[in-house]
Design a protein around this ligand. Structure first.
Ligand code: AMP
Ligand code: ZN
Length: 491
């Protein structure tokens, strides 16, 4: 498997530190508000990476933090006249809720900054003891970038160039403008914890590093986040690990490209954002996933509601195909003439699976993986159309299972739509209109369709329409196919 490493700018063979196991960490959100769909793109990318690694048989341990103490949280709390802890708790719950709606798997470990103060203080003390960090009179503790000769290793930035090219905040207590706070002295009214350097709170970059060390051990296999975190956040994380423990923080650094609107990065500060919640209130989560996964995770992704509308249709096409294949697979096997075509279709199913894996093995190319899935959908539709009533049930089942399995790797669940359970009210409808006496919704559907067919043959349009209206009133549609009519739920 080839994985692009942001540190070396190359695709590299993924070689786990411990055979068969992958330890990965993805920076979580700062919990002060609902997340936007740009944030969601990064979390989705790593959800799919994790799922594919699991699909390949790796035992994956996935950790993601919640940054629950930060200036943004404190400001929000002050605006709303609440405590920072209260805002952070509410937004953490909201984040977890939206992640569930979006089909993102829970991390195995979800540490919160405010509960990891001790681990962070230990790390800061090691850095001070080794001469890589220094406390100042105000009570802050800074990491000294000048003392770390490999500073810039991840982002490829050189400190002199940085100093010349970027505006940085002026602070007399810092030895270098790029020194960053490991510990921040508390201002009145801010959440704080006692420390050897006075009351204060940890800096953001300290958090991930200490948590990785505590929960996963360093180095880990994969460290991920959005590309905007490479500098300074990830640069600072890796600097701390190298200096504190003489170890790289991660073997592979992976970064998701930015989601953009009209060419601009989606961000809270630009105000050009849509929250994940508002999008999921209007669109199926799987359609949003498909839209995002149609672009490989490293490439920028241009978001628009027109594109998303289009993806809703794509999702329906996928669902309809699985439904048709499952329905066909559930019918009596038909023998005969199409054996050659059946075998050929079977080969197409296997080839689609191989192509999907080849694409995903190439740095998780979900765009290519989805192309393999859609090519199978097209082949399946062609096969079913050509076969009429003469299709092989076994190969239809294999095709449906393959589509579900591959989509499942992308976190797109087709099983619910494929089962498409019919409502029990059909039984009453069939009793009234088709002389049905049993108690099965599936049988009732068959009886109603037969009765409708009978009415149409007898040109009894009134009765045929009444049956169709009764079916429609239950939220179902009659689909006429080459192999006969059937019912399914409206998409
Ligand atoms: P934050 O809460 O700002 O730290 O962001 C959480 C995650 O979302 C980080 O991994 C960011 O890199 C990522 N992120 C922020 N904006 C975008 C965007 N427009 N597209 C993709 N990822 C983003
Ligand atoms: Zn981080």
């Amino acid at each position: 498997m080839l994985v692009y490493n942001s540190q070396t700018h190359r695709k590299e063979e993924l070689v786990p530190i411990e055979e068969g196991k992958i330890r990965m960490y993805v920076c979580g959100p700062t919990v002060y508000d609902q997340i936007h769909i740009g944030n969601a793109r990064t979390f989705l990318s790593f959800d799919v990476i994790r799922r594919y690694l699991m699909f390949k048989g790796y035992q994956v341990t996935f950790a993601q933090n919640l940054t629950d103490v930060d200036d943004k949280i404190i400001n929000r709390a002050n605006e709303q006249g609440r405590t920072a802890a209260d805002v952070a708790e509410e937004c953490s719950q909201a984040f977890i809720e939206q992640m569930h709606r979006f089909g993102i798997m829970d991390p195995d470990i979800r540490p919160r900054a405010t509960r990891e103060i001790e681990a962070m203080q230990e790390m800061i003390q090691v850095l001070i003891d080794k001469g890589f960090a220094y406390p100042v009179p105000s009570g802050d503790v800074y990491f000294s970038v000048r003392s770390d000769h490999s500073y810039g290793i991840l982002s490829g930035r050189d400190l002199d160039q940085l100093r010349a090219g970027e505006r940085v905040e002026v602070n007399d207590e810092k030895r270098d403008p790029f020194d960053f706070a490991l510990w921040k002295a508390a201002k009145p009214g801010e959440p704080s914890w006692p420390s050897p350097w006075g009351e204060g709170r940890p800096g953001w970059h300290t958090e991930c590093c200490a948590m990785i060390h505590r929960y996963l051990g360093t180095p880990i296999d994969i460290h991920g986040g959005g590309a905007d975190l490479i500098f300074p956040h990830h640069e600072n994380e890796t600097a701390q690990a190298m200096c504190a423990w003489d170890k790289a923080l991660a073997n592979t650094w992976m970064h998701a490209g930015m989601l953009r609107v009209n060419g601009d990065k989606m961000s809270k500060s630009l105000g050009n954002f849509f929250t994940l919640k508002e999008v999921l209130d209007k669109y199926p989560a799987d359609a949003v996933r498909l839209l995002m996964l149609q672009t490989q995770y490293r490439a920028p992704l241009d978001f628009s509601f027109e594109r998303l509308d289009g993806t809703v249709g794509t999702l329906e096409r996928l669902q309809a195909c699985v439904r048709n294949l499952r329905w066909a697979a559930g019918q009596k096997p038909t023998s005969g003439e199409l054996e050659g075509a059946d075998r050929e279709f079977g080969r197409v199913v296997d080839a689609a699976r191989e192509e999907f894996c080849a694409q995903m093995d190439d740095d998780f190319n979900t765009a290519g993986g989805l192309a393999a899935i859609f090519s199978l959908v097209t082949s399946a539709n062609t096969y079913l159309d050509a076969a009429g009533e003469h299709y092989a049930c076994a190969v239809c089942l294999r095709a449906a299972d393959t589509l579900c399995e591959l989509c499942n790797v992308l976190g797109v669940d087709l099983s619910a739509s494929a089962a498409d359970e019919l409502p029990h009210e059909l039984v009453d409808l069939a009793r009234e209109n088709a002389g049905y006496e049993g108690d099965s919704a599936d049988e009732a559907a068959e009886a109603l369709l037969a009765a409708r067919q009978e009415a149409r043959a007898a040109k009894d349009w009134g009765r045929a329409d009444a049956i169709r209206d009764g079916i429609t009133a239950l939220g179902l549609v009659v689909e006429d196919t080459a192999a006969g009519a059937r019912l399914h739920k409206k998409a």
